[in-house]
Design a protein around this ligand. Structure first.
Ligand code: PMP
Length: 414
């Protein structure tokens, strides 16, 4: 077996779907050292939205590597960071006109909390039950989608409160979630102590559950009335994933802070925290930064990524292919009502929940897909698997994914 000692050296805490070695990837396909070619319904967990190694992204990165790789932002501006900002600013929900770049989603969420604390002079944070915001110590404190993300890593940042997310299929209606939100503020904490409510517009690792408009509106109204900032974590949903450029558009809500990462740069480590300028203008120069923040190659790749999203109509394709996928999956649900209990999602962010009584079925379906050369991930909570293909995915590739999935479900349930 190849790489035995190197594989052993990789920290045991890193779990993985497959004991395979990826050597190349293109579009919706991933090739491995073992000679397999896999259909990718994960896109590196919602990252390579333009497909693996899109030629325009590759060319932009290659060109930039020969000019400037690293220009540290606390030393000077660099042209690609400013160009990217010019590209992104008109795309952002109205009023969000200040940006801070980081390397990962978790860092971006942590910085959103810092910005909110600084602006409000308050310390507490509200998160949703089932949330995933990252694995750093700060964001692990805010992550509740699975206990493994927190197991033996505490103690955590204090003053993080958890409130139920509307998840009808598992018994939390919008009305119940709203009532619990209000109760939290009556019984556990005063709004004077809360800087931010942090929410994913579509619960990601926690089950691919879209929020409801009524819930988001309620939370936003409460925040506005109580000097609390609404932070939308669009790390997974941003840049077309849900069939709109940002998932918050589905709810007609403009948050105070919007966090993006993953799909922003086609796989290069980059994230961006967008907020209103009146919020970040309260900060003193020197209080934000980081060695690799807004890396020049990542910024060049992000500029190309935005051009590809626009030129190839990827937001529309996300909507169309997502609708095709949901239709087909609902057909599978109709034929197997005892096995598939819910199909839900927005755009190319689609979850399939199995009957909760079929304990372990999501793992069995994932494995049966892998045996048939398709990558399909599960969510942390309940028996849910998720489809997050590159937004370049074709109708034929969706058909193929559905074919494999159908066989996998039948095998896993037999
Ligand atoms: N927020 C959300 C909603 C996410 O889905 C993720 C990653 N799955 C993160 C934050 C953390 O991002 P990263 O892994 O880049 O730190």
């Amino acid at each position: 077996m190849a790489h035995v000692s190197a594989k052993r050296a990789i920290n045991r805490g890193v779990g993985r779907l497959a004991d395979l070695v990826v050597t190349e990837a293109k579009g919706c396909w991933v090739a491995t050292e073992e000679g397999r070619k896999l259909l990718d319904m994960a896109s590196g967990i919602g990252v390579v939205s333009t497909g693996h190694c899109h030629p325009r992204v590759v060319a932009a990165a290659q060109e930039q590597v020969g000019r400037v790789i690293h220009a540290q932002v606390n030393i000077a501006y660099h042209d690609k960071m400013l160009e990217l900002t010019d590209v992104l600013q008109p795309l952002m929900p109205k009023g969000l006109d200040s940006v801070f770049y980081t390397n990962s989603g978790a860092e971006a969420v942590e910085n959103a909390v810092k910005i909110a604390r600084n602006a409000t002079g308050k310390g507490g944070v509200i998160v949703m039950q089932g949330s995933y915001h990252g694995r750093t110590l700060g964001t692990a404190a805010m992550t509740t989608s699975g206990r493994g993300y927190r197991q033996k890593f505490g103690p955590f940042m204090p003053s993080v409160y958890v409130t139920p997310f509307p998840y009808e299929h598992q018994g939390t209606s919008t009305a119940k979630a709203i009532a619990e939100f209000d109760l939290l503020f009556k019984q556990q904490v005063h709004p004077d102590d809360i800087a931010a409510v942090v929410m994913e517009p579509v619960l990601g690792e926690g089950g691919y559950v879209p929020a409801t408009r009524e819930y988001v509106e309620h939370v936003q109204a409460f925040c506005k009335a109580n000097d609390i900032l609404l932070v939308m974590d669009e790390v997974q949903t941003g840049f077309g994933r849900t069939g709109k450029l940002f998932a918050t558009e589905h709810f007609d809500v403009v948050p105070d802070i919007l966090v993006t990462a993953k799909g922003i740069a086609s796989g290069f480590p980059l994230a961006a925290v967008w907020s209103r300028q009146d919020i970040t203008d309260k900060q003193d120069p020197g209080t934000m930064g980081g060695t690799y923040t807004a890396n020049a190659v990542a910024c060049a790749a992000a500029i190309a990524t935005q051009q590809v999203i626009k030129d190839e109509n990827l937001v529309q394709n996300s909507h169309d292919r997502g609708a095709q996928l949901m239709d087909a999956l609902r057909g599978i649900q109709k034929d197997r009502p005892d096995i598939v209990s819910d199909v839900r999602g927005l755009g190319c962010m689609v979850g399939v929940e199995f009957n909760t009584k079929l304990s372990g079925i999501k793992g069995a379906v994932s494995k049966a897909c892998l045996d048939r050369d398709m990558i399909l991930l599960g969510c942390s909570a309940f028996e849910t698997v998720r489809f997050i293909p590159p937004l370049t995915v074709s109708a034929d590739e969706i058909d193929r994914a559905v074919e494999i999935f159908t066989e996998a479900v039948d095998e896993a349930a037999s």
